[in-house]
Design a protein around this ligand. Structure first.
Ligand code: GLA
Length: 381
């Protein structure tokens, strides 16, 4: 956790509202493997990280509630009895969405003030939005003693994303951000929404994220389109979700669907298998295999599921000739954001220099590189 941002929101809150707030830290996440499998009720392997949202919250006697985005220096004031999604509302919609979903459960909230900031680069595929939603629902739950369990809170966050941000996301991001464990990854079954914790120790290797610093426009509609394809084929197969599909069953309907849709569904079936193999390799400390699964996952995301882009492909391809890197793949929804790389610790510095230079040369644009720690989930600080 970044203590500096925690202190910043605390200080800013006290100077604005002359009272001591509750402070929540809610982390972003990485995902080791299992991409686009969550809304297919399949398996994912995410972890919470040491970057996140720090949020200060306290009750207010005023007739309105307010949220101050410290690092953007933007304020939003609103009445709790007129919550609506805002057009181009950006960060505001995550907060309003959470409030609306809480209200839908029949709870009448009283007014409050919030100051928040964060250190997750936005659009990097590290789930700053899930961290935001979780920090708000967790803060309100504490402040007004609403009695929600963590499990209920992540569903509220997810619905906020569906209904106010318009992305029909799965449960991975909200789950990882809420339930993350120190130095661990979570093998999450997205059907039962229960996870098994895996201690992660890559020995001489470490994770490195490389941000393309691009987010292509179509990412949200393309995400919802992918989900629609999976649901359509599930109906055809007469199953609840692609989690239940087999390659054999898919083969049988191959002539009834387009080659494109066939490949997408095949990717989901294979990625679910890879998550299982990956967790087995973690348990057996078989680091070399891990890398191979990462590369296979990227290939599927790029060629079959078609959610990569030239910048992500370039970063992944650039690692292939490098013997110090075991594997790499795009991470998150796609169309930009980060790649996740498993690299020999002693060689990370040298590689950072090389890749920064070649990325700049190729795209006339800087990439950003982050080392992260696997950390605890959403909490009061
Ligand atoms: C986004 C969504 C998640 C998940 C990933 C892809 O991060 O919010 O629910 O679907 O994309 O794995």
């Amino acid at each position: 956790m970044n203590k500096k941002i925690v202190k910043e929101v605390q200080k800013s809150f006290i100077s604005h509202f002359k009272t001591k707030p509750l402070v929540i830290f809610s982390p972003g996440r990485i995902n080791l493997i299992g991409e686009h499998t969550d809304y297919n009720e399949g398996f994912v392997f995410p972890a919470a990280i040491n970057k996140g949202i720090a949020l200060a919250i306290q009750k207010s006697n005023s007739k309105k509630s307010s949220v101050y985005a410290l690092n953007k220096d933007e304020i939003h004031e609103f009445s709790l009895d007129a919550i609506q999604p805002l057009e181009n509302g950006g960060w505001r919609n995550y907060i309003l969405g959470v409030i609306a979903e809480i209200q839908k459960t029949g709870i009448e909230l009283e007014n409050f003030n919030i100051v928040f900031t964060g250190d997750i680069p936005s659009g990097a595929g590290m789930s700053s939005s899930a961290a935001m939603e979780n920090s708000v629902v967790f803060g309100l739950n504490e402040l007004f003693d609403l009695g929600f369990s963590k499990q209920q809170m992540i569903l509220i966050s997810q619905k906020a994303e569906h209904n106010y941000a318009g992305v029909k996301c799965g449960i991975m991001d909200q789950y990882a951000s809420m339930f993350g464990k120190k130095k661990s990854g979570l093998l999450l079954d997205c059907r039962t929404v229960a996870s098994v914790t895996y201690k992660i120790d890559f020995k001489n290797y470490k994770l490195l994220l490389i941000n393309t610093n691009v987010k292509h426009d179509l990412s949200e509609s393309a995400y919802n389109d992918r989900r629609a394809v999976c649901e359509k084929v599930s109906r055809l197969l007469n199953i609840n979700a692609l989690r239940d599909a087999t390659k054999g069953a898919l083969e049988k309907v191959k002539n009834d669907i387009s080659e494109d849709d066939y490949q997408k569904c095949l990717y989901i079936i294979e990625e679910d298998e890879r998550v299982q193999l990956f967790s087995k390799a973690i348990k057996e400390e078989n680091t070399a295999d891990l890398g191979a699964y990462l590369y296979e996952s990227h290939k599927g995301l790029s060629k079959q599921y078609k959610v990569s882009c030239k910048e992500l492909d370039f970063l992944v391809n650039s690692t292939k000739e490098n013997p110090n890197i075991l594997g790499a793949r795009m991470m998150g929804g796609g169309f930009g954001g980060c790649t996740i790389n498993l690299i020999l610790k002693s060689q990370a510095k040298k590689f950072k220099k090389e890749i920064s230079k070649s990325y700049l040369k190729e795209f006339n644009k800087e990439c950003s590189i982050y080392s992260i720690k696997l950390s605890k989930g959403t909490r009061k600080v």
